[in-house]
Design a protein around this ligand. Structure first.
Ligand SMILES: Nc1ncnc2c1ncn2[C@@H]1O[C@H](COP(=O)(O)OP(=O)(O)OP(=O)(O)O)[C@@H](O)[C@H]1O
Ligand SMILES: [Mg+2]
Length: 368
């Protein structure tokens, strides 16, 4: 008995990949494979997740994409022998595109195809739903926090000017040197707070300057700044897809966002810099059919900033985008909050995946 077979006209054997083009509009990963694992077709979502071009996806044997290929192989064999019409299993999908350290947990559904010995494999990210919920919640939460911080910063800013001014007046009045030290402490601490408050208010105050942005100009600028600050022991590699079109955006904001992320990477790389094998990779790619927030976009830009440092400390991993969360001595914990705000102003998202030795920050911004 067959349930849910996909109808493919017999004259399409051997299958004509363009016959499956409609699969490209699906958000789930779909591939058509033969029983020996040769890939006949993989849809756009599949390419995105694997991080490979369609041509290399279709050249590589599908079983090798899984951490435990044998179980998938057995299921495909059983389905094509008609032991059962649909096979389901959970598996871990590798992402050989190189940019994701961890395999992806997926639900695999293998279905027979009518009039063909090929099977359709559908993969649903097990995390996808929970992740989407989490992202939405994080966005709401970020909005509330930002509002709170902004109001608080304003409240601090006004009296702060008064405190500093009064300390200056006092300094002129008192003659004792010892007392001058106290007024100096007040003044310099007031200045430090002022600088913090200015950074807290920065994303709200800065006017948007919208122009055509070339993402590679942004990357090159950041690369130059990082290399100037860390001239030895750190390699900043670039891996660009130069076909990415320009888009409307605020260039300075994007430079700041990418710089904050790259700067964290360079700071985390301290030990490796001393050993001389620190590496940051800046990678750009085009992604198709991406969902960001509640919207779906046909095209998006992916910018990866990856480093081979020790990884984000486990204790703050879920909270690094929150303001004032820092794992570093002397850090104010605002760099990533600002980066996220700037990217969100471009309707995009920033995500982080981190294991010791490989930390990836991924910026996704929709393209026109
Ligand atoms: N690439 C990375 N590798 C390891 N840890 C990281 C990385 N990026 C960020 N972190 C961790 O996330 C924390 C938060 O980063 P964020 O840029 O928001 O603040 P900060 O760097 O501490 O201070 P600020 O950027 O405001 O000077 C960092 O303190 C660090 O512990
Ligand atoms: Mg930082």
């Amino acid at each position: 008995m067959k349930s849910n077979p996909l109808r493919v006209a017999p004259e399409l054997r051997p299958p004509n990949p363009s016959a499956f083009a409609a699969f490209d509009h699906l958000a789930t990963m779909v591939a058509v494979v033969s029983t020996d694992g040769a890939c006949v077709f993989a849809n756009a979502s599949f390419e995105n997740v694997l991080g490979l071009s369609r041509r290399s996806v279709q050249r590589s044997p599908m079983f090798g994409w899984f951490v435990d290929p044998q179980r998938v192989r057995d299921t495909v064999a059983a389905v094509s022998r008609n032991d059962f019409s649909t096979g389901r299993l959970e598996a871990q999908l590798r992402r050989p595109g190189g940019s994701h350290p961890e395999p992806l947990l997926v639900h695999v559904i293998v279905n027979q195809m009518e009039a063909s010995s090929n099977v359709v494999i559908e993969l649903v990210e097990i995390e996808q739903q929970t992740r989407q919920d989490r992202e939405e919640r994080a966005l709401d939460q970020a909005q509330v926090t930002k509002e709170l911080i902004r109001n608080l910063a304003h409240e601090i800013k006004n009296p702060l000017g008064g405190i500093r001014g009064a300390a200056q007046l006092l300094e002129m009045e008192v003659e004792s040197r010892a007392l001058h030290e106290y007024t100096q402490v007040i003044i310099s601490e007031a200045d430090r707070l002022q600088a913090l408050v200015d950074r807290l208010l920065a994303p709200h105050r800065k006017p948007h300057v919208v122009s055509d942005v070339n993402i590679h100009e942004v990357c090159e600028r950041v690369r130059a700044l990082i290399m100037a600050e860390f001239p030895r022991g750190l390699t900043v590699e670039r891996d660009y897809d130069t076909s990415i079109p320009e888009f409307r955006g605020d260039r300075e904001q994007l430079i700041q966002a990418v710089l904050n992320i790259a700067h964290n990477a360079a700071q985390a790389l301290g030990e490796r810099i001393a050993e001389g094998d620190a590496r940051i990779t800046v990678r750009t790619r085009i992604a198709r059919q991406v969902t960001l927030g509640k919207h779906r976009y046909r095209l998006a830009l992916e910018l990866h900033i990856e480093d081979n440092g020790p990884g984000v400390p486990e204790s703050i991993r879920d909270r690094i985008f929150y303001p004032l969360v820092s794992g570093r001595d002397g850090g104010s914990g605002l760099g990533l909050t600002l980066a996220q705000t700037f990217v969100q102003q471009h309707l995009g998202t920033v995500e982080c995946e981190s294991v010791p030795g490989q930390t990836l920050f991924k910026i996704v911004i929709p393209l026109p």
